[in-house]
Design a protein around this ligand. Structure first.
Ligand code: AMP
Length: 299
């Protein structure tokens, strides 16, 4: 009974209308593992450089993240610089320094190969496939991708989709990958490519879950102040997969609840820069917000 994530661990420099952070802890696998870690310890597979601060590793361990798969390579850690101006749903990437991430070939430690559930955060689709090749019969496989891979490696992304149960993408990526403007038609096209369920994340407009014969929508949790949206999508995925990973059987009911937990964890993420808020969430707070969310959407 375990959940493994492969993705980026980064040092992010981010500016939003509410402030700025210089080289804060970030990365898709970081946000995912801290969010999913609210439900169960997560096994993290990623790479950092020699300059990665030890305090970030200690922080991850303090949130129950298993860091045996966090490789430390010679060189500098992956860095991402982004900015949000008027539209808080869309980051503008100012700079990407791949550094040690450029030659990352995920090696799954023997002790991790039988992990029951797997999340392939946004990395090269060929590497995502290599990760799956190293796993022994996972129960649930979720994956994310991004516009860069959809443009440059479309066939690898499509090939991967035949091997996953859940695809979690944002709205623009769903349209781009499906080649279809209408979101419902796009989701149907994505379902035909392989996954049993497609989750389309729509920032402040919530998220949609599409399956062959059902559809579900959850709003974003309403907040007075969104400080930094970085990592919201990965925190959403962490809440979604983390909750499902704790369920013995995974059906419509569990997926709907998972969608709500995704929304709630994303809401904590955006309340602070980097992991400042998400990294401090207590179990009672999570469940209290989940209950409020249920009340807000009941009619
Ligand atoms: P999100 O806001 O959920 O889409 O994810 C933001 C996180 O993705 C940031 O913490 C970045 O460090 C990380 N990131 C940005 N660009 C890339 C990339 N090309 N590959 C992997 N991770 C990235």
């Amino acid at each position: 009974m375990s959940l493994l994530v492969v993705g980026s661990v980064a040092l992010d420099t981010v500016r939003t209308p509410h402030g700025r952070i210089e080289e804060g802890l970030g990365g898709s696998a970081t946000y995912f593992s801290v969010a999913a870690g609210m439900f169960r310890p997560v096994r993290l597979v990623a790479v950092v450089g020699e300059d990665f601060p030890g305090r970030h590793v200690r922080f991850l361990v303090s949130r129950g993240v298993d860091v045996r798969g966090l490789e430390r390579a010679a060189g500098r850690t992956f860095r991402w610089t982004g900015e949000y101006t008027g539209d808080m749903n869309q980051a503008e990437t100012l700079r990407t320094e791949l550094n040690v991430f450029a030659s990352f070939r995920p090696k799954i430690p023997d002790a991790y190969r039988k992990s029951r559930d797997v999340f392939l955060a946004n990395i090269d689709p060929d590497l995502q496939a290599e990760v799956l090749d190293q796993m022994v019969n996972p129960r649930l496989v979720g994956c994310d991708t991004m516009n860069y891979w959809i443009e440059s490696k479309r066939s690898a992304v499509k090939k991967l989709l035949r091997r996953v149960h859940f695809l979690l993408v944002n709205e623009a990526e769903a349209r781009q990958l499906a080649g279809e403007e209408n979101l419902i038609k796009a989701a149907r096209a994505l379902l035909r490519m392989g996954p049993g369920a497609v989750v389309v994340k729509r920032g402040e407009y919530g998220a949609l879950l599409f399956r062959e014969c059902s559809m579900c929508w959850v709003p974003a949790y309403p907040l007075e102040c969104v400080r930094d949206p970085t990592g919201a999508g990965d925190s959403f995925a962490g809440g979604f997969m983390g909750y499902l990973s704790r369920c013995r059987a995974v059906g419509e009911r569990e997926m709907r609840k998972a969608l709500a937990f995704g929304s709630v964890l994303a809401s904590f993420c955006v309340e602070g820069f980097s992991l400042r808020r998400l990294g401090r969430v207590r179990a009672e707070e999570l469940h209290a917000r989940y209950r409020t969310f249920r009340e807000l959407t009941r009619f």
